[in-house]
Design a protein around this ligand. Structure first.
Ligand code: CMP
Length: 481
């Protein structure tokens, strides 16, 4: 319920209560005069004037009783129940409470106003009427009692994902006295009669339970199972909504016709989002396969031979990498041969959006150039991740650990699909030996980046060496003169 609706309801509540109280006060205050007035006007029915006044009182007290029950209901179920149990009370329970409490209050008021009316006889007469009504409302009453048994058994709650009769799957939105309302993953609302829900087989994935999912994939027979299991487990465990409490399990399911069949079992924090998480997990597996040189198997009985004409290919992949590296500022002083040598040594990796390329605190002996895409540099400041910089195509990162031998100072995370070129210690050492100026410009960049890191996080200790100190540390680490 939105704020303005609840405000309007509150205003209506206060106005009705005030009017009813005022009415009650006036009727009580002028009871005698009102009776006399009615007696004068009612002619033959003058003897009934007192009863009319009592009926008026019954209506006013009935309104007040109704308002009192509503307020009590809101207090008990809206506030106390929520605070003590941590979830909202089902509508069915609230309705039953209101009906019972109101009936009891109403009967109390009725018997105090009409002392001479025998309620027992009234109920006996209405029993016959009740049987007729019961037959007419057979279905409705069936749903009502099925609803009560659902409440008593509590097989599911609002927020759980349920599948009823292997037909309808969705998140439980409401349990009323007539039906269970679920929202499907196509955002449709389905109402299932309580009696149907109580009869059909029910699969419940409770919100506060760690529910698991299975994802299937395969690899070529030439790919090592140990490597596949490690790569997939690591790729999946940090994806959004994958629970950190249980490590995903990857195991061989079958030795299939076209390749090795695997299953991945992972646990979800919020099961209601399993479609998105399954998709994300499959995406992570694809990228991890590509980086690790693993291959999906596809049916091998059909032989596809495809010769595609080479249209518009002017520059090989090697040439594109040389172009990318020579556009990086710090590599500008290098000769064409040196840049080509770096390009040959560079290894390309592709990362999915949100994947971590390097993690703070890990050891590192390589640096990276953003070839396509974008990354952000993040630090952990008092438990919160803060972005300190965004790096685009042609920017580089990872130079700090590579050059100083210290652990990585920050997380670097792909913001979109990103391809990076990784250059290792050996290739950089070769370039440093012939380009001492490069080491110097890098030492200035390291000092600047360290200062930026320290400015963003009070807790981070990045040292306070100047460019000269860093320069001699790099030289020492690389064994340069
Ligand atoms: P390294 O410490 O090896 O790993 C994390 C990398 O994040 C670090 O190297 C730098 O390349 C990069 N980095 C750290 N701070 C900044 C910054 N302020 N601006 C840009 N890049 C940074």
């Amino acid at each position: 319920m939105n704020r303005s609706t609840s405000k309007n309801k509150l205003i209506l509540f206060v106005v009705t209560a005030t009017l009813a109280l005022l009415g009650l006060f006036l009727v009580k205050r002028f009871e005698e005069r009102l009776s006399e007035f009615l007696r004068d006007r009612m002619g033959g029915l003058a003897s009934r004037a007192d009863t009319v006044v009592d009926v008026l009182l019954l209506v006013l007290l009935g309104i007040l009783a109704y308002l009192f029950v509503r307020a009590l209901n809101n207090f008990i179920f809206g506030l106390v129940f929520r605070l003590r149990k941590g979830f909202e009370a089902p509508t069915l329970v609230r309705n039953i409470f209101s009906i019972v409490a109101f009936t009891a209050l109403f009967l109390l008021i009725f018997s105090s106003l009409f002392e001479d009316v025998n309620l027992g006889a009234l109920f006996t007469t209405s029993a016959i009427f009740g049987v007729i009504l019961g037959l007419a409302l057979q279905d409705t009453l069936g749903n009502f009692f099925a609803g009560i048994s659902l409440q008593a058994d509590r097989p599911f709650q609002v927020g759980d994902v349920i599948t009823v009769g292997q037909k309808h799957t969705g998140v439980v939105e409401e349990i009323t006295w007539r039906a269970v309302k679920i929202r499907t993953f196509q955002n449709h609302i389905i109402e299932i009669n309580n009696s149907t829900a109580a009869k059909e087989p029910l699969e419940v994935c409770a919100r506060d339970n760690l529910n698991a999912r299975l994802i299937f994939f395969n690899t070529l027979y030439t790919d090592s199972p140990a490597k596949t299991i490690h790569v997939v487990r690591e790729a999946v465990r940090e994806a959004d909504n994958v629970s950190q409490m249980i490590t995903p399990i990857v195991r061989i399911r079958d030795l299939g016709e076209s390749g090795v069949d695997y299953e991945l079992k992972y646990w979800l924090e919020d099961y209601a989002k399993y479609n998105d998480t399954d998709a994300l997990v499959r995406q992570r597996i694809w990228y991890a396969f590509r980086r690790a040189g693993l291959n999906f198997a596809y049916p091998t009985r059909t032989l596809h031979v495809e010769r595609s004409p080479k249209i518009g290919v002017q520059n090989g992949e090697g040439g594109i990498i040389v172009d990318r590296l020579s556009a990086v500022d710090i590599f500008a002083p290098l000769s064409v041969e040196e840049t080509s040598m770096l390009a040959q040594a560079a290894v390309s990796h592709v990362f999915a959006p949100g994947e971590t390329v390097i993690r703070a605190g890990d050891p590192g002996s390589s640096m990276f150039v953003v070839h396509n895409g974008r990354v952000c540099v993040q630090i952990n400041d008092k438990g919160k991740l803060r972005t300190v910089a965004t790096l685009n195509e042609g920017d580089f990162f990872g130079e700090m650990a590579l050059l100083t031998g210290e652990p990585r100072t920050a997380n670097v995370v792909a913001m979109e699909e990103t391809e990076v070129l990784e250059i290792g210690h050996k290739a950089m050492k070769g370039v440093f030996e012939t380009n001492p100026g490069l080491v110097e410009s890098l030492s200035y960049i390291i000092v600047e980046r360290r200062q930026a890191l320290a400015a963003r996080a009070d807790t981070l200790d990045t040292g306070n060496e100047g460019p000269a100190g860093i320069l001699s540390a790099i030289k020492r680490f690389f064994g340069l003169k």
